[in-house]
Design a protein around this ligand. Structure first.
Ligand SMILES: [Fe+2]
Length: 183
């Protein structure tokens, strides 16, 4: 239901409802702004906005987000996640991701137009292209892995670098809504 609502409001990547798309997008953004969330800025440019439909980032149970991806990953390393898997359903736009499987060192590029079921913490990825300028996705995540620090794959030294140990001077976060976010 949520997906249908969002697809309708945002418009599919086709041209059929382009005429009313800006108004619908405004309504959707207004509705989503009633939802708690945060926008991450990198060098003062919006990078990702996360709306917390279910959950607050605590990672204690399944959570559901809407993501607006504003910008590709410019960080040189690919990243993994605190979850064993996540499901990303494209609502509008699309994205290209680069993936790395650490078991065999295999790199791939994939154009995600509809669904991305990303499994295992020994797979890393980065968003490389946003053909429509940005992309909207509905994201479902399981509880976070206990005592695991997600991070980046250092290709030069072939090792995992925890996010906590990397400086984030270029990034800042703006939180909105009433939920107390825990991530
Ligand atoms: Fe990611």
């Amino acid at each position: 239901m949520t997906q249908l609502l969002l697809r309708s409001a945002l418009g599919k990547p086709s041209t059929t409802n382009r005429a009313s798309s800006p108004a619908k997008k405004s309504i959707l953004k207004w509705l989503l702004r009633k939802t708690s969330g945060k926008t991450i800025f990198v060098y003062d440019q919006p990078y990702l906005t996360r709306y917390y439909l279910i959950g607050n980032g605590s990672g204690k149970s399944f959570e559901v987000y809407v993501h607006q991806m504003h910008k590709v990953d410019e960080f040189r390393w690919l990243h993994n996640h605190p979850w064993r898997w996540f499901l990303s359903i494209v609502l509008a736009g699309s994205y290209w991701q680069e993936t790395l499987d650490c078991r065999n060192g295999r790199h791939q590029r994939e154009h995600i137009r509809r669904v991305n079921l990303f499994r295992r913490s020994d797979r890393y990825h980065a968003i490389r292209e946003l053909p429509s300028g940005s992309a909207w996705t509905l994201v479902v995540v399981p509880p976070k892995r206990q005592a695991y620090e997600w991070g980046y794959w250092d290709t030069q030294n072939s090792c995992h670098i925890a996010d906590e140990t990397i400086g984030h001077e270029s990034a800042r976060t703006e939180v909105f809504g009433k939920k107390v976010l825990e991530d």
